[in-house]
Design a protein around this ligand. Structure first.
Ligand code: DMJ
Length: 438
């Protein structure tokens, strides 16, 4: 049930994106900056031009999930554009001129990715045209259907995890429409929280009424919290941090018991389900980013205990009062959140324990998931049966965070950003691990 709610009809969008665009190279786009992070610059330039030469176009009559295409498509286009062509006041480009020159075409980057980002964002904007300003979860890219023809129910993560990409696009282009749309949406969504400060799982974009009042840090809500804090980090604006502080405090008081975070009813604060969604393993990341190290380490232990018990992190597990733990959704679709949190905690503590966690995760994936043509998600962690499926976030996130965790000598430019001006900033990862300058 939780799984289905993750991002509305994201499952359909995920399963069909590459096909629906007639071979639009979404996986290549999502994965490209992992090559950059690894310093594999020749491969990065190959990937860039292979993508551009595929003449990707968004002018296609396909229904897409606004959240999924924002975090995988728009975030990647914008992040890679800013690596190749930073704003004057930003970080210097980490892409070596020699790598671009060494490509057989020898061409210069001329903003091709930014042009696509603007085109895509313009096609997503009609989703925000609702009475509340909270976006619908789906649009048709080629305007074959008006936005209003799509269902009015959306989940909190789907509507509240667009901020970074849209705000940065406005700052880069000088066109305020994108930032205005996401701010209006966020204010409406945050304004719909209960008197306890808890968010529900799904909401109607026409009425602003919750259709599911179960509140958690897992599927359907997870990255809403992440983007409140990261929007503060990127923009420096305090109001995002205030929203994050109150939302995080409500989570800690109503969901947190021991090392686990339960599901609470948003109006009463009562725990209604002792189930743990693997997506919640991002929580130690935001706690670390917020400077709450002890709480982050504690939360990490809950998720890592589940990984150790099953050898992978099942999508959803149920806890009983007697202490039994059983997977209710037994698959592990190569998700990054646990390794992402290990990376943040290692950077904050330099405790080799987190490197050992990384080795454990790497070993399990390398041993059980490697197939002839890629890596496969685990269909059932109890039997180790594999799915015929590798989501693009495996390349964009799971491998990137694993690489960065083990980059203890800090050779990646992410760990040594070069400032073009003073004061030097750094990068922040979007929820799909694309890099945006702070
Ligand atoms: C990714 O697309 C993003 O990390 C998103 O926030 C959650 N789902 C996947 C990874 O699990």
């Amino acid at each position: 049930e939780e799984e289905e709610a993750e991002v509305g009809s994201a499952e359909a969008a995920r399963g069909t994106l590459d096909h629906a665009f007639g071979g639009f190279p979404l996986t290549l786009l999502d994965a490209m900056d992992t090559l950059a992070v690894m310093g594999a610059w020749d491969s990065y330039v190959d990937a860039l031009w292979a993508f551009v030469d595929a003449t990707p176009a968004f002018d296609t009559k396909v229904d897409v999930n606004v959240f999924e295409l924002t975090i995988r498509g728009l975030g990647a286009l914008l992040g890679n554009h800013l690596l190749l062509e930073p704003l004057d006041s930003d970080l210097a480009s980490p892409v070596p001129a020699a790598a671009l020159a060494a490509h057989p075409s020898g061409r210069a980057y001329r903003g091709e990715l930014l042009a696509l980002a603007v085109d895509l964002a313009d096609r997503l904007l009609p989703a925000f045209d609702t009475p509340t300003g909270i976006p619908r979860s789906m649009v048709n890219l080629g305007v074959a259907k008006p936005a209003a023809a799509f269902p009015s129910e959306t989940c909190t993560a789907g509507a509240g995890t667009l901020t970074l990409e849209f705000v940065v696009l406005s700052r880069v282009t000088g066109d305020a429409r994108y930032e205005e749309a996401v701010i209006k949406a966020l204010v409406a969504l945050h304004g719909a929280r209960s008197h306890l400060g808890l968010m529900g799982n799904t909401i109607d974009v026409n009425t602003g009424r919750w259709s599911r009042s179960d509140s958690s840090i897992g599927a359907g809500i997870d990255s809403f919290f992440e983007y409140l804090l990261k929007a503060h980090v990127v923009t420096g604006e305090a109001w995002y941090a205030d929203m994050f502080d109150s939302a995080a405090a409500a989570v800690e008081s109503h969901m947190h018991r021991g090392v686990f975070y339960r599901v609470a009813e948003m109006n009463t604060g009562r725990v209604i389900r002792a189930s743990i969604s693997s997506l919640g393993a991002f929580w130690p990341t935001v706690l670390t980013l917020d400077g709450q190290l002890a709480a982050a380490q504690n939360a990490f232990e809950g998720f890592y205990a589940l990984w150790r018990k099953f050898g992978f992190l099942p999508e959803v597990v149920a806890l009983t009062d007697g202490g039994a733990i059983s997977p209710t959704s037994p698959h592990y679709p190569l998700r990054p959140e646990l390794i992402e949190s290990a990376y943040y905690l290692y950077r904050a503590t330099r405790d080799p324990y987190y490197l050992a966690v990384g080795a454990d995760v790497l070993h399990a994936i390398a041993t059980h998931c490697k197939t002839r043509c890629g890596y496969a998600g685990v269909a059932d962690v109890r039997t180790r049966r594999l799915d015929d499926r590798m989501d693009s976030y495996f390349l964009a996130e799971t491998l990137k965070y694993l690489y960065l965790l083990f980059d203890v000598n800090e050779t990646s430019f992410v760990h040594n950003p070069t400032a073009a001006s003073f004061p030097p900033g750094g990068y922040i990862f979007t929820t799909e691990a694309h890099l945006l300058p702070v």
